[in-house]
Each structure stands twice: as C-alpha cells, then as structure tokens.
Design a protein around this ligand. Sequence first.
Ligand SMILES: O=C(O)CCC(=O)C(=O)O
Ligand SMILES: [Fe+2]
Length: 160
Amino acid sequence: MAMHDAQLLTPARVGANRATTLLRGDSTRWFQPDALSTAQQAFADRIEALRNALNRDLFLGLIDSESHYAVYRPGAGYARHLDCLRNNFGRVISAVFYLNEAWQDAEGGALRLYLADQSYHDVFPRAGRLLLFLSAQFEHEVLPATRDRMSIACWMRQRV
Ligand SMILES: O=C(O)CCC(=O)C(=O)O
Ligand SMILES: [Fe+2]
C-alpha cells in the first residue's frame, strides 16, 4: 500500500492497444530484474526453484518468469479472462502469491477459477498462499472485495 500511496503503481491495461478498460481495476508494478529489493530477490529465488522443479518433473520447458505487484482497491476486480492471449502467448504457468494478513472470506476478493465443466472454485487471497494454474487452460476472474487486496502475480514462460 505504501507503493500505491506513493503513486509507484500504474493502472493496469489489457491487450495490445494498452487502452484502459473496465475489465480490470488493479494497479500494478513490475519487478525490475536488475534492481530487486531483498524481499523481491527472496521471492524471485523461490520462483526460480519452483520453475526448475516444474521443468525437471513435468518437462514444461519454462525459460523465465515475470512478476508484478498488484493492488485492487475496494470494489475493484478483474473480469473473467485467460492469461495467455495476444501478446502473452508464452505464458504457461500463472502463479499468484497473496499478501493479505487476516483475510476474512466475508470480505470477498476471491480468485474464481472456472473448471472444464463450467463449475468454479473460489480461492481467497490469504497471506502466504501461492496459487498455480495453467495459463492457457483456466479462465478466472477476481471478485471485488471490501478492503484493499494485494498480491504478486507471476507468469512462467516457454519460448514462443
Ligand atoms: O490476483 C489474482 O488473484 C489474479 C490476478 C489475475 O488474474 C491477473 O493478473 O491476470
Ligand atoms: Fe489472470
């Protein structure tokens, strides 16, 4: 939230035309790989270990990852979407790490993951929880919450 208050976050955009849309209401800040803070480096090291394990055990051929902070203010959400569209073809794994201490489910803010049979599974953004899913396979949406909702979203990519 300090970054949000210092206006270090940028309203998020969707698609190649970079137009602001009502589809998503978060603000983001990308990690700068050559200027990581100690905490960001610790996160990046764990993501690297996970990427290597996925390559070793599941042969996914993931070449790198990209991460950004995201803040959703109360009432903001992100409409149902897939993470690998248009300019994001290389995305294979979506990973979301939640930063919200003492989250109560009644506060909303679930990540709603749609399953193949069009049923869904809600994941609440509790601090310390890491959610992984296949970027090309699972449509999902962020439901609005009654408090600020913070996360790090990360994508592991294949060569395209
Ligand atoms: O914050 C989340 O739970 C998911 C965010 C998301 O879907 C995205 O940034 O593409
Ligand atoms: Fe997404």
